[in-house]
Design a protein around this ligand. Structure first.
Ligand SMILES: *[C@@H]1O[C@H](CO)[C@@H](O)[C@H](O)[C@H]1NC(C)=O
Ligand SMILES: *[C@@H]1O[C@H](CO)[C@@H](O)[C@H](O)[C@H]1NC(C)=O
Ligand SMILES: *[C@@H]1O[C@H](CO)[C@@H](O)[C@H](O)[C@H]1NC(C)=O
Ligand SMILES: *[C@@H]1O[C@H](CO)[C@@H](O)[C@H](O)[C@H]1NC(C)=O
Ligand SMILES: *[C@@H]1O[C@H](CO)[C@@H](O)[C@H](O)[C@H]1NC(C)=O
Ligand SMILES: *[C@@H]1O[C@H](CO)[C@@H](O)[C@H](O)[C@H]1NC(C)=O
Length: 351
């Protein structure tokens, strides 16, 4: 029954012949297979019919253990069980996608041993416990996606050391405490989402100085305090949501942040709904980005809040089909496994 859900099964093995492998490498690769087969209860999907010293049979082919695993993609396959610490032994792993399964238990700190990891996707599972601080060591990580689990505790400040990160998605967990200001030192971050958690305190000013940010989702938490007046440093910002928090603006000075949005020339969505904003907008909506297709101000106490009729008249792009704005960008060259969209993949690397 499970196997009917597998839409694409691909086993990509480079043509290059591997050199004779040291026993340790064979052991490591066998661990990868035993990991998916036993711990994640994937035997129906993988049909792993046996491993000897040199190879393992896997539905659709033979895996030669003279190669190391560099990518493992097993998303949306009803996998259950927990992620074993032994995954940290797959030290050449670059891409790991176990998203959209039913994985439980904690994230093993050994994930921090995977120093070649570029993309880690574990979203939409049932993972619990804290995000291990050890993940701050993953200095090649570009994508970290842990959304829609039951992760608790503080976002580890050590993530601020993962300077390669462009995409950090922690939405839909039960994370608490403040957003670490160290995240504001990630020099390549484009997309940050911590929406739907229980984060508290002020939003660190450092976040609003990340000039690379295009998408910033902080909504549905318990953030409080006011906005820094220089938010307009986010010159590339496309979409900002701080909806459903307890952010304040009362005085004229508090409202300066709003005027600074005029620097965000690409802004298309701005959601400030359901906060504690009081007083008057200091800048007409028409001074904001010409790309603006949505602005949410409701659930505050704004004296000069434009009506929806005003907005329809003022925002030329308001009726633009929003789905057109969320296309994915594909850069040239060989597609990365994180863009292949296949449910199952295992990439191996000749030793
Ligand atoms: C993974 O590495 C650890 C530490 O070297 C070792 O104790 C463990 O046995 C390895 N796991 C497997 C399944 O080989
Ligand atoms: C998170 O935990 C709550 C309560 O224990 C449970 O109801 C919910 O289904 C869990 N969510 C996930 C994604 O596991
Ligand atoms: C970042 O890494 C350095 C070592 O490279 C370490 O001393 C520091 O504690 C780390 N920062 C955080 C916030 O973990
Ligand atoms: C957030 O915290 C409040 C109380 O502090 C609690 O009632 C609520 O369930 C928490 N929400 C989540 C998603 O953990
Ligand atoms: C803006 O936030 C409100 C709730 O505060 C929500 O109902 C609405 O769907 C959000 N809109 C967008 C486009 O984010
Ligand atoms: C990872 O899994 C998600 C969810 O199934 C999927 O959308 C995405 O395309 C996968 N990525 C790769 C590279 O397979």
């Amino acid at each position: 029954m499970r196997t009917t859900r597998v839409s694409v099964t691909s086993l990509l093995i480079p043509i290059t012949q591997g050199l004779a492998a040291p026993t340790t490498a064979k052991t490591i690769d066998r661990v990868a297979l035993l990991f998916v087969n036993n711990r994640l209860d994937a035997s129906n999907i993988l049909s792993l019919s046996g491993c000897d010293d040199d190879c393992c049979q896997w539905r659709g082919g033979i895996i030669h253990l003279s190669r190391r695993v560099t990518a493992l993609g097993l998303s949306d396959l009803d996998l259950s069980g927990s992620i074993p610490p032994d995954i940290g032994n797959l030290t050449l792993l670059q891409f790991l996608n176990l998203s959209h399964n039913h994985l439980q238990g904690q994230l093993p700190p050994e994930l921090g041993n995977l120093l070649h990891l570029e993309s880690l996707r574990l979203g939409s599972n049932r993972l619990t416990g804290e995000i291990p601080a050890e993940m701050g060591a993953l200095h090649k990580l570009v994508i970290l996606s842990l959304h829609d689990n039951n992760l608790t505790g503080r976002i580890p400040p050590s993530l601020g050391n993962v300077s390669s990160l462009t995409h950090l998605d922690l939405a839909g967990n039960r994370l608490t405490d403040t957003l670490p200001s160290s995240l504001g030192s990630l020099p390549a971050l484009h997309h940050l989402s911590v929406t739907r958690n229980n984060l508290t305190g002020a939003i660190p000013t450092s976040i609003f100085h990340l000039s690379t940010l295009t998408h910033l989702y902080l909504g549905r938490n318990q953030f409080s305090g006011s906005f820094p007046s220089d938010m307009g440093k986010l010159v590339d910002l496309r979409s900002l949501s701080v909806r459903d928090n307890s952010l304040e603006a009362k005085t004229k000075e508090d409202w300066e942040f709003f005027a600074s949005f005029t620097n965000c020339k690409h802004l298309h969505t701005l959601n400030l709904s359901h906060n504690k904003l009081e007083g008057e907008l200091p800048t007409p909506i028409t001074d904001l980005s010409r790309q603006l297709t949505f602005i949410g101000l409701g659930g505050n106490n704004i004296a000069n809040e434009p009506t929806s009729a005003d907005l329809a008249r003022l925002l030329p792009g308001l009726h633009v089909d929003k789905t057109a704005a969320t296309g994915t960008t594909t850069s040239g060259g060989t597609p990365k496994p994180w863009s292949c969209g296949c449910d199952i993949y295992l990439l191996l690397h000749a030793l």
